[in-house]
Write a protein that binds this ligand. Structure first.
Ligand code: ATP
Ligand code: MG
Length: 250
């Protein structure tokens, strides 16, 4: 049994779930051109926990939005589960996003008139999942079972963030993308979010966070550092692929 678990983990470690090939995002403002992203290439393996860091304006949010199919590149290509997103219609991109990616927005993005429970099940309106029981499990996971009928303004910042994370997970994505998830939180609530991400990652979720929080960045196994739309450094773990040595070494 243990051997089987190890084998599955090893297989996951070798599966690339997202590949960015020469991603460029160009914004034009009058006569000016801004290279928000400039020829960025890297890949993310299933089960990774990685942070993207860098100064303001480095292109972190732009990159996260492309990884989450929330936007399209000016040039370059994104592959999700080996499938290119190039030329896909908006409807197909939306479906791909809904099935593969959970997104936690900076500032939570909860709808104020809905309860915690209603916010969490909202993304399932267009899917066929059994939302209620999954939402109950997620409320438990993020420690909000007793707040299910509260509205966002009745929650603390940490609780709102945990509700936003539960909502991002309701469609069962393999990949969770979070933009500054501890940005609006004090250190205690920030530490609780870091612990939650670590637990979700241990349970198999691939987690990518954009962060200015050094504690969060240090808690991830891989750190991509960006500057001026480019990857400045990538502390990519080395996967020793061999019959007896598929262990992660950093
Ligand atoms: N819609 C837009 N139109 C024009 N320029 C944009 C747009 N969105 C982003 N940019 C520019 O692209 C660059 C990268 O922006 P991005 O939001 O990705 O930075 P960031 O690394 O997330 O910064 P921060 O840490 O402040 O959130 C910035 O120079 C920004 O001004
Ligand atoms: Mg940003």
């Amino acid at each position: 049994m243990i051997n089987r678990i190890v084998t599955m983990k090893e297989a996951a470690a070798e599966t690339i779930i997202i590949e960015a090939k020469g991603l460029t995002k160009l914004y034009r403002r009058g006569a000016y051109e801004i290279h928000a992203l400039d020829n960025v290439s890297f890949s993310i393996r299933e089960g990774e926990f990685l942070s993207i860091v860098g100064p303001s304006g480095a292109g972190k949010t732009t990159l996260l939005q492309l990884l989450g199919c929330m936007d399209t590149p000016s040039s370059g290509e994104m592959l999700i589960d080996n499938q290119s997103t190039k030329g896909l219609s908006d409807a197909k991109l939306t479906r791909l996003r809904r099935e593969h990616v959970g997104f936690v927005f900076q500032g939570f993005g909860l709808l104020p008139t809905l309860t915690v429970m209603e916010n969490i099940v909202l993304p399932t309106l267009f899917s066929r999942r059994n939302a209620q029981s999954t939402a109950e499990e997620l409320l438990e996971t993020v420690g909000l079972s007793s707040r299910r009928n509260h509205r966002p303004h009745e929650l603390s910042g940490g609780e709102m963030q945990r509700a936003a994370i539960a909502r991002a997970l309701i469609n069962g994505p393999k990949l969770l993308l979070a933009d500054e998830p501890t940005g609006n939180l004090d250190s205690t609530n920030g530490a609780a979010i870091i612990k939650l991400f670590q637990k979700l990652n241990r349970d198999g979720l691939t987690v990518v966070v954009v962060t200015h929080n050094s504690t969060l960045a240090e808690s991830t196994r891989r750190v991509i550092s960006m500057r001026d739309g480019k990857i400045e450094s990538d502390s990519q773990p080395v996967f020793n692929i061999g019959s007896n040595s598929n262990h992660l070494s950093i």
